[in-house]
Write a protein that binds this ligand. Sequence first.
Ligand code: NAD
Length: 431
Amino acid sequence: MNDLHKQIASNNPWQRAQGQLHKAAEKLALDPLLLARLSSPDRVISVSIPVKMDDGTIRTFEGMRVQHNNLRGPYKGGLRYHSQVDTDEVKALSFWMTMKNAVIDVPFGGGKGGVIVDPKEFSAGELERLTREFGRKISPVIGPTLDVPAPDVNTNSQIMKWIAEEYAVYVGNKTPAVITGKAIEDGGSEGRTEATGLGGSYALAVILKKLKKNPKGMTVAIQGFGNVGSFLARYLFDMGCKIVALSDSKGGMYVPEGISSIDEVERCKEKSGMLAGCYCVGSVCDISNQKKVKGKTITSDEVLTLPVDIVVPAALENAITKENAPKVQAKIILEMANGPLTQEADEMLSKQGVTVIPDILANSGGVAVSYFEWEQNMQSEKWSKKEVFNKLQKKMEFATEAVYEESVKQKVSLREAAYLVALKRIRAVYS
Ligand code: NAD
C-alpha cells in the first residue's frame, strides 16, 4: 500500500479527505500551490466557552470553527454539538463542504464548526447560555460575505437564531444572511426542510435514466428515518419506487410487498417512538386493502443487506464497512448520510459492480437551499416553495449530469468524478 492508499483507507477522517484530494489532484495535474492551499484549512479557530450551569457551577467547553477554503465564496457549513467533535473530524467535514459546494455549484467555500458537548444533558437555559457565548466568540470571524454557519448534528433553527442575535449585537444591526437554517419567520427559506431528501430523489432520477432503469417498481431500503430519510422515502414513493424497508436507531421494518403509506408510518413512529413494529400497526394494515401486510421487524443494520434494488444509508457515517459490504445485495447505493461507506467498503462494492451515488452529490440539496436562503436574505426576497423546488431540481440535475459525464469520460466511479468536477470548478476561479 503506498502512502496515498494508506491515507484514503485511514479511519482518521482528515487523512481520508487528504487521500481523496491528492488522488483527484494527481489525475488533474493540479497546480501544486492550489493543492497545497486545499491540503490544509485556511484557518482553525478555537474558542473556550464558559457557561454558568443551573446548579451555579461554571463549566468551560471547547468550541471551534474551521474555515477550509473560500476561493469560490464565503465559507459555508454547519455547526454541530457532540461529545465526539474533534479537530480532525471538523477539518475533514469543512473540506467536504468545499467539495460539495463546488459540485452543486453554489458560490460558497467550505467551513464547519462545533462544540464538544452533549446537549442532551443540558437544560434549555444552559443550552441558550452555551450557544450565546459560542455566538459571541465566533462573531468576529463570521458574516454574510465571510463565513455563513448552519445547523448540523444536534443543532437547529433555535440555536441558529441565538447565534444570529449575538452577531447582530456584535455588528450593531440585524443581519439574517449571517446564518442559514433559520425558521421561516426569522428569514428561513420555504422548502429547506424537504431539500436534502428531495435533492437526493432528483439525483437518483438522473442516474436511473442514465442506467436506462425505470424507477417504477424498483425496491428501496432506507436506513435512517429522520429528516432526510423520511422525506426521501416520500419522494421515491411518489416516483413509483416500492419502499420495502425503513429503519431508525431502535430497529426497522421490512414489508416485501411495499409500504403503502409513508405518512402512516410516520404517524405510527410518532405515536410509538420507534419504527420497529410499524409494518402492521393499525391503519398501516388497514390501508393495504384491509388484509394483513406480510411484514416483519428487522434490526437497524439488516436494512442494508436486504434483496432490494436500491439501498439508502441516511443515518450515520461508516454504516457500510468491510464486514457488511459483501452482504449488500442492492446494485445502487444512494449516499444520503455524510460518509456512510468506509473506504474499504467503497472499494469492495465497486468491485461488486454497485453504482454508488456519492454523498457530496446526493445530499447536496440541503446546502443548495441554504444558498437560496442566503440569496433571499441578501436580496430581501421571499420565494415560494414551488420556486425553491424548481431551482433545486435544476441545480441537482445539472450537478448530477456533470458528475455522470465526468465518470464516463474519465472511466472512474461517480465519487471520483464528483471530486474531479469540484476541483475543476475550484481551479477555474483560482489564479
Ligand atoms: P436526523 O437526526 O433527523 O435523523 C437521523 C436518523 O437516523 C434518525 O431516524 C435516527 O433514529 C437514525 N439512526 C441513527 N442511528 C441509526 C442506526 N444505527 N441505524 C439506523 N438508523 C439510525 O438527521 P438527518 O438530518 O436526517 O441527517 C441524516 C444524515 O444525513 C446525517 O449523516 C447528516 O449528516 C446527513 N445530511 C443531512 C442534511 C440535512 O439537511 N439534514 C444535509 C446533508 C447531509
